[in-house]
Design a binder for this molecule. Structure first.
Ligand SMILES: Cc1cc2nc3c(=O)[nH]c(=O)nc-3n(C[C@H](O)[C@H](O)[C@H](O)COP(=O)(O)O)c2cc1C
Length: 333
């Protein structure tokens, strides 16, 4: 790991942006970096097996500005995960994270994600193997339980087994998952949040680094949670309203930032958008993530409508983004 980045990585896990398929792609992460330079970001989950094929660039490439960044992978095969961890290090990631939280039927049929909570020894083998491959932090993201394996003791046994394998941090989505009967979306809303259960784990295992995830809505809730937990991870509340988090670096890390507004964010991503277009990327890949920057103010709907109409056109160019930024600037946004 780059020596300069080490201190940043060490504190960044206190606040992270949850991995979210189809949301936290590299374009969104670049946008987020206009708001926070400190928070740890994760890639969307990548199936570890897919990293064995050629053309890994599309899955793995990221922009320098995205540091600190963790690669999240899904898998159950220690050898394949060994290779994934090596690749993560060679590609310049700051951390590798194993997904033991996804309950989708597709992921279950590949025998990874949340269903592996029933097989802690297998997960421990995977973590050991990843640790053997890299000096990067090897971390895990999991649920509080699955199906009827949902007692405190089940969770503690799981965590103890994984801790002995050397996992550096536990990001716990504070909800159990039902593997049959609920789809992934329902599994993020129907099982109740269990912050107290995660707090009991932290009390019983004070030396483990425990990061709380699930249902955190705003900066205050995160700051409160940090009194009890080592880190907090936020997903939907960030993606649906990134600007609501604009003071997060200052409040959590004491990092003074210039005034962050929707227009400055868009202006900030223009050089990145230019690079993306020059590699035949589409403007919409980036613009789709900007729409939620403007909400709850007069003219917001019109601005979003106009931008999405224009940016989705096949040959949409940079001028569309530049104009969108100017419009916001003129409106003082
Ligand atoms: C659209 C979407 C995609 C997600 N994709 C992933 C993923 O790839 N890997 C993962 O570990 N969790 C994934 N999650 C779960 C989130 O990381 C997080 O655990 C969950 O949304 C709860 O946090 P929140 O209440 O702050 O959103 C996803 C969630 C959403 C909403």
């Amino acid at each position: 790991m780059d020596e300069k980045l080490k201190p940043l990585i060490q504190e960044s896990y206190q606040f992270s942006v949850a991995p979210m398929l189809d949301c936290t792609d590299r374009h969104f992460r670049v946008l987020w970096r206009q708001i926070s330079v400190k928070a740890l970001v994760y890639t969307e989950m990548i199936v570890a097996k897919a990293l064995q094929y050629k053309n890994k660039e599309k899955l793995l490439d990221f922009d320098e500005i995205e540091h600190p960044i963790a690669l999240q992978v899904g898998g159950d095969d220690p050898q394949i995960l060994f290779e994934a961890a090596k690749i993560a290090e060679n590609w310049g990631y700051d951390e590798i994270n194993l997904n033991i939280g996804c309950p989708s039927t597709k992921v279950q049929s590949g025998n990874f994600g949340a269903c592996l909570m029933a097989h802690p020894k297998q997960v421990a083998k995977c973590i050991e193997s990843m640790k053997a491959a890299t000096d990067l932090p090897v971390t895990i993201k999991h649920r509080t339980g699955i199906d009827n394996l949902d007692k405190d003791k089940d969770l503690l046994d799981f965590i103890d087994t994984i801790a002995s394998a050397g996992a550096s941090r536990f990001a716990i989505h504070a909800r159990k998952a039902w593997l049959n009967g609920l789809n992934p979306k329902q599994n993020r809303t129907i099982p109740p949040l269990e912050y107290k259960k995660v707090a009991r784990i932290k009390e019983l295992r004070p030396n483990l680094i425990i990061e709380l995830n699930g249902g955190l809505k705003n900066q205050e809730e995160c700051i409160n949670a940090l009194q009890q937990f080592d880190g907090v991870m936020v997903g939907r509340a960030i993606y649906s309203n990134p600007l609501a988090w604009k003071e997060i670096d200052e409040r959590l890390f004491g990092e003074k930032r210039k005034l962050i507004k929707a227009s400055t964010i868009i202006k900030g991503i223009i050089p990145y958008a230019e690079k993306h277009l020059s590699k035949n990327g589409k403007l919409w890949d980036i613009c789709k993530h900007t729409l939620s920057l403007v909400q709850g103010v007069k003219g917001a709907r019109k601005w979003r409508h106009s931008l999405s109409q224009k940016a989705q056109k096949q040959k949409a160019g940079l001028n569309i983004l530049e104009k969108a930024a100017r419009q916001l600037e003129d409106a003082g946004l």
